[in-house]
Design a protein around this ligand. Structure first.
Ligand SMILES: NC(=O)c1ccc[n+]([C@@H]2O[C@H](COP(=O)([O-])OP(=O)(O)OC[C@H]3O[C@@H](n4cnc5c(N)ncnc54)[C@H](OP(=O)(O)O)[C@@H]3O)[C@@H](O)[C@H]2O)c1
Length: 339
């Protein structure tokens, strides 16, 4: 099979398209013919060895997210059938329950091989069926960005109808959060560096938009839009340069879902108001298969369509990663594997 692998050194310049032997499914495994993948910021970070030893050893097949068809079953597999369209889970060992180190140690795309290959043999428990109304490319967007937004708002956040949710920027996680929040009946305030992107967010249902470049005090603006009390839930993907404004935006007793650190991961922050205003700060890291299956039911029920920015050919992985790094995208950057 064809596969991209990172070899010799941790750098995007060491990605190579190679021939690898076809895998065969062992007992309890399925063989998936992968048809599409989608990129996440983490994939770039792994290629640069940003997570250190946690991303394993070389050679490594990169990229966590993908979708494919089950083409062979290992001995003893009963929960899936040949022809099922499935996503392999970001955390293959986190099926359900609370986050635990052992459940989260193995991640596709580093330390274990990811989705930039023609075939993948993986435990049958570590995959889940995808919504029938989605194309392969759309379904490939679900394992990381969508599941993170789902876990933040639903599993951890318990957002309910009438709540106000603030989503930062118009990247993959934030647009899924926007769509899920609207499906839950919440009001959504979106921020972006671009007025044009805010307009597009409005067409997806955002009730209000704030340009965080032209309105640096966007936390105060969001609080006013929310009615003075503040927003119920902030989907925090910015980190260093956004947390102070997020703390301004959130209401007493509200929740900050700490998901990303796009603008840096270190900062001085006034912790007093977090305590006295009873703000809940919840770290979120993707989710488990049970979360994924619950999310798939909601995506089907609401006929949600993931927002795909651009689709690249399998061979053009490098160009796709460069596009992701540019930050110009609106939604997900995807890859279509050869037919
Ligand atoms: N914890 C987890 O499980 C998990 C899962 C997935 C992702 N993440 C993390 O979450 C973050 C977002 O991931 P993603 O996949 O959604 O990324 P993405 O698709 O690459 O999103 C990039 C967008 O984020 C916005 N942005 C960048 N800097 C910003 C800032 N300072 N303030 C507000 N918005 C900003 C920009 O939107 P505009 O162009 O509209 O301004 C940019 O287009 C990353 O740090 C990623 O590593 C964490």
């Amino acid at each position: 099979m064809k596969a991209f692998q990172l070899q010799d050194d941790w750098s995007i310049d060491h990605l190579r398209l190679v021939e690898r032997p076809d895998p065969t499914p062992g007992p309890g495994q399925v063989l998936i013919r992968l048809s599409a993948a989608s990129l996440n910021y983490r994939d770039l970070f792994v290629l640069r060895r940003g997570y250190g030893a946690a991303t394993g050893t070389l050679p490594l097949v990169p990229v966590s997210d993908g979708v494919g068809e089950v083409v062979a079953l290992g001995a003893g597999v009963e929960r899936l059938a040949i022809g099922d369209r499935v996503c392999p889970m970001f955390f293959p060992d986190w099926i359900g329950g609370e986050p635990r180190l052992a459940r989260m140690a193995r991640i596709l795309g580093g330390p274990v091989d990811g989705t930039m290959a023609g075939l993948m043999a993986i435990g049958a428990e570590s995959v889940a069926r995808v919504p029938p109304h989605l194309s392969d490319v759309e379904a490939a967007t679900l394992p990381c960005a969508a599941l993170t937004a789902w876990r933040a708002l639903v599993t951890e956040g318990r957002v309910k109808a009438g709540d106000t949710v603030l989503v930062q920027g118009t990247g993959g996680v934030s647009l899924f959060a926007l769509q899920f929040a609207k499906a839950l009946g919440a009001r959504v305030i979106a921020t972006s560096s671009s007025d044009a992107k805010l307009e597009r967010a409005r067409t997806l249902g955002a009730d209000a938009g704030i340009n965080y470049r032209t309105t640096p005090e966007w936390g105060k603006a969001a609080r006013e839009i929310a009615g003075g009390d503040g927003v119920d839930h902030v989907v925090e993907v910015g980190g260093e340069q956004t947390l102070t404004q997020s703390l301004r935006a959130v209401r007493v007793g509200g929740t900050l879902s700490l998901i990303g650190v796009l603008s840096g991961g270190k900062m001085d922050v006034r912790l007093g108001p977090v305590v006295t205003r009873a703000v809940r700060m919840q770290g979120v890291t993707v989710g488990c298969r049970d979360d994924f299956e619950a999310m798939v039911r909601a995506v089907e029920q609401h006929r949600l369509q993931p927002i795909v920015d651009r689709v690249f050919a399998f061979e053009d992985l490098r160009a796709a990663l460069d596009h992701l790094a540019s930050g110009t995208q609106f939604g997900k950057v995807c890859i279509r594997h050869a037919a």
